[in-house]
Design a protein around this ligand. Structure first.
Ligand code: BV8
Length: 301
């Protein structure tokens, strides 16, 4: 019977040195980005998949886009909720979740809002969502503090239902078209009026918005203080794994250098050899080039 074992994707010498360090590490951080979920079928933020209709994700992930056209912003986030609910966590999500059971001093800092780490069984007390979640909604009224988890309503309101010929993201053709530019499909998508958007059940007048952190918004204070306390109370950080991220957004990306300053060695997992942390690669670091879904399970074995 032919072995079904996957061929190794990591050079043996690098795997050995990393594994030895991992075994001896007690305090470990990981910084996760969209590349971790790419193999699950979700487009990354900046790659070819980072386009939606004729907009880049960065254009729509701002309070200004929301102020200008909340309906368009909700169509974008409702579409990403739909896609995230249509895919499954991959072997890397699962391997990271499992590591928390062997390494009590392991903390995950995720920039991802797709909910896949949670669905892979990652203990929530060891998973810090730096940029919120597609599956949280909160009131957009400044004075109202209402927030709720809204995990499975798809679409979140009927007016945001995605036209049927766009809902099949499993077909490569549909996904390819969508990743490049949804308007290629020539689908005439509806304008959404404010009254059709989800409204706050608490204050009754605020429009509920996606519970993510937009560009120009502060990261959640409670999350940041937990992460900073973890780092400051650790005499030393042994390792930070930087998985599937361009490490180009701050202050999230700054945790790489913060960990390095506390003695951490850095292990990058990325498809693109050019996507090193801003401070570059140093003596004793590892760069594992390739698909996170292949590499992460192998290096965490
Ligand atoms: C703030 C949620 C202040 C929304 C996101 C210095 C300090 C502080 C701030 C700044 C600063 N300089 C600039 C800023 C402002 C800004 C910023 O960083 N801008 C960038 C463009 C320079 N930062 C902010 O605005 C932050 N807020 O600073 O507030 C403040 C303080 C007090 C009061 C008021 C304000 C908030 C930033 C959060 C923005 N929200 N997401 C949503 O998702 O819609 S950011 C979003 O992009 C992601 O969450 C992620 O964090 C980020 C980066 O994306 P990646 O995950 O890295 O994805 P990307 O596509 O870039 O890369 C994918 C990588 O994977 C690639 O390297 C690719 O090669 C690799 N890959 C692909 N496939 C695979 C793979 N790797 C492995 N396997 C594969 N199969």
């Amino acid at each position: 019977m032919a072995s079904t074992a996957r061929p190794p994707v990591v050079p043996a010498d690098e795997l050995k040195s990393f594994s030895e360090h991992l075994q001896s590490s007690t305090t470990i951080l990981t910084l996760l980005g969209a590349g971790l979920s790419a193999s699950s079928g979700l487009p990354t933020f900046r790659g070819a998949g980072g386009l939606w209709r004729t907009h880049t994700a960065q254009d729509l992930a701002t309070p200004w886009a929301w102020a200008r056209d909340p309906g368009l912003v909700w169509q974008f986030y409702n579409y990403r909720r739909h896609m995230a609910l249509s895919v499954q966590p991959n072997r890397a999500h699962i391997a990271l979740a499992n590591l928390t059971h062997h390494k009590p001093g392991f903390l995950t800092l995720s920039q991802n809002v797709d909910g896949l780490s949670q669905r892979a069984g990652h203990p929530l007390d060891k998973l810090k969502l730096l940029h919120g979640s597609l599956f949280d909604v909160k009131c957009s009224d400044f004075w109202c503090k209402y927030k709720e988890q809204n995990n499975f309503t798809d679409p979140i309101v009927p007016a945001l239902a995605i036209p049927t010929d766009e809902t099949d993201i499993t077909s490569n053709e549909a996904r390819r078209t969508r990743e490049l530019d949804i308007s290629d499909t020539g689908v005439d998508l509806p304008e959404i009026s404010l009254r059709d958007l989800p409204h706050c059940p608490e204050c009754k007048h605020g429009v509920l918005r996606p519970g993510v952190v937009w560009f120009g918004e502060a990261l959640p204070a409670d999350v940041i203080s937990t992460v900073d306390n973890f780092i400051q109370s650790s005499p030393k950080i042994d390792l930070i794994m930087v998985i599937g991220t361009s490490a180009s957004v701050y202050p999230a990306a700054s945790y790489v250098d913060t960990a390095r300053a506390k003695g951490a060695r850095v292990a990058v997992v990325n498809m693109d050899r050019n996507d090193e942390p801003a401070s570059g690669m140093m003596e004793g670091d590892w760069f594992f080039a390739g698909d996170a879904a292949q590499i992460v399970p192998e290096i965490l074995k």
